[in-house]
Write a protein that binds this ligand. Structure first.
Ligand code: ADP
Length: 594
C-alpha cells in the first residue's frame, strides 16, 4: 500500500500540482494581456482625440497665414507692419496681440509692432517678448521630440543641451494609472513628456521656414505664438499671440467626440499643463486628474497639455480581470480535483484488487482446511467401523451419524464453491417456478434439525400452515436456508438457541420474510454490510477457530436477488444475529398469518 501511495504521489499528485502551478502562471499572464489590451484600446482613443485637437491647432496656423495674406493684399497694406496688431485683432478674434518682426539688411531684428503704448496687452506683450523676438535674448521654448527628430538641426542642438543639463527634472512626469501594469524593462517612455524644453533664439527658431508655432511659459502662464512669413516679403515675420480662453472654448467639444461604444465605460478630460481639467466628458465626472488610465500629449503648441482617459468605474477593469481569473482558476481547480479524484479512485480500486487477491488466497487455504477436517473424521470413523473394532451398537450408530453429518458438510461446501464459480462465469441458471416457501423452509429445517439437536441446539420454528407461493428454484432457496442455519450453528458457541420464523408482509409489496435468529456472537457493527462480499470473513479462522470460506452469505444474497428479493442482516436485541431472506410473493398472501 505504501508503494502504491508513493506511485500515486509521484505519478499523479506531483505532476498535477506542477500543471496547476503552470496554469496559474499562465493565468496571471492572461490577466496582464487583458489589461494590456484594454490600455491599448484606451490609448488608441486618446491618441485619435489628441490628433483631432492637434489638427484643429494646425488649421489655425494655416488660417493665420491666410489672414496675413489677406491683410497684405488689402488696401493700406503699406503701413501694415505698424498697424498689424490692431487690424489682426479686428479680423481674427483668436489673436490676443498681433506682432511683426522686421529683419534688417544687416540681419538684426526689430519689433515693428505692437507699440508698447498702444494697449495694456500690447505693453505686457512687449515686455515679455521684445527681447526674445528681436534676438537679443534666447528663451525657453518647447519641441516635440518625436515630430522633430532627425529633421531639425535646432532640435538636435536641443538634444545635446538636454544631455548636458538636468533635463529630466524639467520634463513633466506623466503618471497614468496603467503605469502599474507596465513591467520593468518594458518601454515605458509613456511616463515622460515628449515635448522637451530648450533654449533658443527666435531667429534661430524661424530658420528658413515660412510658418511655425512657439510655446513659452512666462511666470507659469502659457503663451502660444504663431508666426508667418509671406513668400513675397521674407523680411517681415508676422505673428500672433493666441487667446488661451478662445483656444480652450474651441477645443472643448473634442472631449465629447469619443467613440460611442466606449462612452459607457470611459471619461475624457482635456488637462492643462498643471493637470487641471479644462474640458470634461461627461461634464460632471470627477477623478484624481493626475492619474489618468492613459493619456496623450497634445503637442508642442500646447506643451504638457494632455488628452486623458479615465474609467468611469475603475473597479470594472479589475473586476473583469478578477472574473477571468476566478473562472479560469475554478476551471483549473475542478480539473485538478478531477485528476486527484481519478487518481485516488484508481488507487482505491488497486487496493481493492489487492485485498481481493489476498482474500482469494485466504479462501484457498480456508477451503482446503474445510475439506480436510470432515475428510479426517470420515476416514477415521469409517476405518474404525471397517476394522470391526467397535462392537457397541450405540457407538456404531453415533459414528455413522458423524460420518453422515461430515459428508453433508462437505457436500454443502463443495456445492457453495461450485455454485459460486458458476455464478462468476455467468452459468448459474435457476428453474423458477411457483413453489411453497413455507414447505421449503420446513423440509430444510427437518433435515437439519437432528444434526443441530445432537449438537445441543434448541430449535424453535414458527411457520405458516397455508402454502406461501413464491416464484423460485426450490434447491436454490433451500441452499440459502441451509447456509443461514449453518452460520447460526457455527457462530453460536455458548447460547445454542436457533429460531426460524416465516412472516408475511403486504407493504410496500406482498413479500415473505424467512428469519433465522440465533444468540451467538453477532456480527461486529462495522462489518454488517461487508459480510455479504465474496471471501469476506468477520470472524478470522485463525483467531476464532471457526472454519469458513466467506462464500455462504455471498451466495445467499445472490440467489435471493436473482429471485427479486434480498438477504439482510440485523443485530438482534439481547445479542445474536437475525438474518432475513426476503422474497416477493407470487400470489396474494393467505389470510391466516402465524
Ligand atoms: P463463512 O464461511 O465465513 O461463514 P459467510 O459468507 O457465510 O462465510 O459469512 C461471512 C461472515 O459473516 C462470517 O465469516 C462471519 O464472520 C459472519 N457471520 C455470518 N453469519 C453469522 C452469524 N449467524 N453470526 C455471527 N456472524 C456471522
Amino acid at each position: 500500500m505504501k508503494k502504491i501511495a508513493l506511485v500515486f504521489l509521484l505519478a499523479v499528485f506531483v505532476p498535477s500540482l506542477v500543471l496547476a502551478w503552470l496554469a496559474m502562471r499562465s493565468l496571471r499572464d492572461q490577466q496582464l494581456v487583458l489589461e494590456r489590451q484594454q490600455s491599448l484600446l484606451c490609448q488608441g482613443a486618446a491618441d485619435s482625440l489628441a490628433k483631432e485637437a492637434d489638427d484643429y491647432l494646425a488649421e489655425h496656423q494655416q488660417e493665420f497665414g491666410r489672414q496675413v495674406e489677406a491683410l497684405l493684399h488689402a488696401p493700406g497694406s503699406q503701413n501694415l507692419a505698424t498697424t498689424f496688431d490692431e487690424r489682426l485683432r479686428k479680423d481674427w478674434p483668436l489673436a490676443e496681440v498681433g506682432f511683426v518682426v522686421a529683419i534688417n539688411s544687416n540681419l538684426t531684428c526689430n519689433l515693428a509692432c505692437p507699440q508698447p503704448s498702444s494697449s495694456p496687452a500690447a505693453s505686457e506683450f512687449y515686455a515679455e517678448n521684445s527681447k526674445f523676438l528681436c534676438n537679443v535674448q534666447s528663451a525657453q521654448v518647447y519641441f516635440n521630440d518625436a515630430k522633430n527628430a532627425g529633421n531639425n538641426s535646432l532640435f538636435q542642438e536641443a538634444q545635446v543641451s538636454k544631455a548636458n543639463s538636468n533635463f529630466s527634472q524639467q520634463y513633466r512626469n506623466v503618471i497614468p494609472q496603467q503605469q502599474t501594469l507596465v513591467t520593468p524593462g518594458e518601454n515605458n517612455s509613456q511616463q515622460w513628456s515628449k515635448v522637451a524644453p530648450s533654449e533658443a533664439e527666435f531667429r534661430q527658431l524661424v530658420g528658413n521656414s515660412n510658418e511655425g508655432t512657439v510655446a513659452r511659459f512666462l511666470e507659469n502662464k502659457l503663451r502660444v505664438l504663431l508666426w508667418y512669413r509671406s513668400p513675397n516679403n521674407s523680411r517681415l515675420i508676422f505673428g500672433a499671440q493666441l487667446s488661451l480662453p478662445q483656444i480652450i472654448a474651441a477645443l472643448r467639444p473634442v472631449a465629447g467626440h469619443l467613440d460611442s461604444s466606449l462612452q459607457k465605460d470611459l471619461a475624457i478630460a482635456l488637462l492643462d499643463d498643471n493637470a487641471r481639467p479644462v474640458a470634461i466628458s461627461p461634464p460632471n465626472f470627477q477623478a484624481n486628474w493626475k492619474h489618468p488610465f492613459v493619456s496623450t500629449e497634445l503637442g508642442e503648441a500646447l506643451p504638457h497639455w494632455e488628452l486623458a482617459v479615465y474609467w468611469l468605474d475603475p473597479s470594472r477593469l479589475t473586476a473583469a480581470a478578477r472574473t477571468l481569473k476566478l473562472t479560469l482558476g475554478l476551471l483549473i481547480g475542478v480539473l485538478l480535483l478531477a485528476i486527484v479524484t481519478g487518481g485516488w479512485l484508481i488507487v482505491a480500486d488497486l487496493n481493492r484488487q489487492l485485498t481481493l487477491a489476498r482474500e482469494k488466497t485466504d479462501f484457498v487455504s480456508n477451503v482446503s482446511h474445510e475439506l480436510k477436517t470432515p475428510l479426517t473424521s470420515i476416514r477415521m470413523f469409517s476405518e474404525l467401523l471397517a476394522e470391526g473394532r467397535v462392537t457397541d451398537p450405540e457407538k456404531r450408530h453415533s459414528y455413522l451419524r458423524i460420518i453422515t453429518a461430515e459428508t453433508s458438510r462437505l457436500t454443502r461446501l463443495i456445492n457453495n464453491v461450485l455454485d459460486f464459480s458458476r455464478m462468476e462465469r455467468g452459468e448459474k441458471k435457476y428453474q423458477l417456478q411457483p413453489c411453497d416457501l413455507a414447505a421449503v423452509v420446513r423440509e430444510t429445517l427437518d433435515t437439519y434439525r437432528p444434526h443441530l439437536e445432537t449438537s445441543g441446539f434448541v430449535i424453535r420454528a414458527s411457520l405458516p400452515e397455508a402454502p406461501l407461493v413464491v416464484q423460485g428454484d426450490r434447491d436454490a432457496l433451500a441452499q440459502v436456508v441451509v447456509n443461514l442455519l449453518s452460520n447460526a450453528e457455527k457462530y453460536s458457541e455458548t447460547r445454542k438457541d436457533i429460531e426460524v420464523q416465516v412472516k408475511i408482509h403486504t407493504e410496500p409489496l406482498p413479500h415473505a420474510d424467512v428469519c433465522v435468529l440465533d444468540r451467538g456472537s453477532g456480527v461486529p457493527g462495522a462489518c454488517a454490510e461487508k459480510i455479504f462480499e465474496q471471501f469476506y470473513r468477520a470472524h478470522d479462522s485463525l483467531a476464532s477457530g471457526i472454519q469458513g470460506s466467506g462464500l455462504g452469505l455471498t451466495l445467499a444474497r445472490r440467489i435471493a436477488r436473482a429471485h427479486g428479493g434480498d438477504v439482510v442482516y440485523h443485530a438482534r436485541d439481547g445479542g445474536g444475529s437475525c438474518f432475513i431472506l426476503r422474497l416477493p410473493l407470487a400470489s396474494a398472501p393467505p389470510t391466516i398469518n402465524t
